[in-house]
Design a protein around this ligand. Sequence first.
Ligand SMILES: C[S@@+](CC[C@H](N)C(=O)[O-])C[C@H]1O[C@@H](n2cnc3c(N)ncnc32)[C@H](O)[C@@H]1O
Ligand code: SF4
Length: 391
Amino acid sequence: MADSRINSLYVHVPFCAQKCGYCAFYSEAGSGELINRYVAALVRELELVADELAPRTIFFGGGTPSLLNLRQWEQILKAMERLKLLGAEECTVECNPATVSADKAKLLRDFGVNRVSMGVQSLDEDLLDRLGRVHSRAMAFKSYDLLRGAGFENVNLDLMFAIPTQTMAVWRDTLTEALAMQSEHLSSYEVIYEDDTPLFTQLKAGEFAVDEALACEMYEELVARATVGGLQQYEVANFAREGGAARPPDDPLAGVPARVCRHNVNYWRGGSFHGLGPSATGYVRGVRTKNWSNTPLYCEQLEQGRRAFESREELSPLRRAGETAAFGLRMNAGWPFGEFARVTGFDLRREWAGEMDQMVERGWAVRTAERFHLTHQGLRFADAVAEVFLR
Ligand SMILES: C[S@@+](CC[C@H](N)C(=O)[O-])C[C@H]1O[C@@H](n2cnc3c(N)ncnc32)[C@H](O)[C@@H]1O
Ligand code: SF4
């Protein structure tokens, strides 16, 4: 019988040393007591889904997973070992440079964590302050070296651009220094002004203005410099190094660089995944779930032995396919028609023929016999493209 277990696991860790002024991810500066309670609840949640999981990719995101102490990490990883959830091909932990230590890095490596994603955001001291980051630029370099020393050979760095007061010269310096670090992967997002964040309040109060033209130039600079630095763009905001053997042409990831974040590729290509922890979303056999964005409530539910769903929604196959089309088009490789049909059961060429023509006419996309993908300009407007493909 075919193995129908889910191959992808996301775990949300809802704690940070301090909240950054721009961030709307569900996280808070939790007490030791609440963090311990969360860890016990998470272990319970892992037990509830373990039988349905055979993870090939695992992603601990946040929040700041690296904030958990050695004992808490050991508790989670030993539970996963007992439940036979370790040994994924790719297992990532998000880190903040202020919360990395040699002991923690060693423990993670020992339990099979083989990828780290570090939030650097900027290498300019003033901008780090402006963003409310807890770490200095020196800490970013030091933590990176420490992770390399601990044996992490697959590292992502996160950078932000179009930060208020950031000039092109400062962005160029950060890019130069970040690329010189030679990470295998780079994620770089333009600042999003999220409702209910201090940065959004400052914008609304007129403390600074958004310079769209500068943001566009910064994006162009990012793409150009990352490419020259050996990092190939494979998604709107994601870049990865080549390496290893080329993928065969019939591989669904043909044309995608070796060091991509496979966990996110599964997500963009419409794959299923379990999402555990407060606020986490999951997508399993066409059903989208979302856990409560409230850590005490999340813990309470698990303590009573049940999942902590705030919502559970079964999408119609066409709506699901529309979302899958939109997500997948964020990748430079776009959608190979065969792969889209395999994942969704729909033929992109039949169901979205008009939309594809429209995008090609605008110069935002290219259609070949095998696939449909966005152009450089189309990728810049991937959110607008997504709107067109949703059903
Ligand atoms: C969960 S955090 C990464 C790990 C860790 N919490 C940290 O910040 O160091 C995920 C990433 O999302 C990006 N991010 C968060 N809020 C953003 C916003 N409002 N605009 C653009 N990027 C944002 C940042 O680059 C951040 O590193
Ligand atoms: S950016 Fe990272 S460290 Fe800052 S508040 Fe968000 S999750 Fe926490």
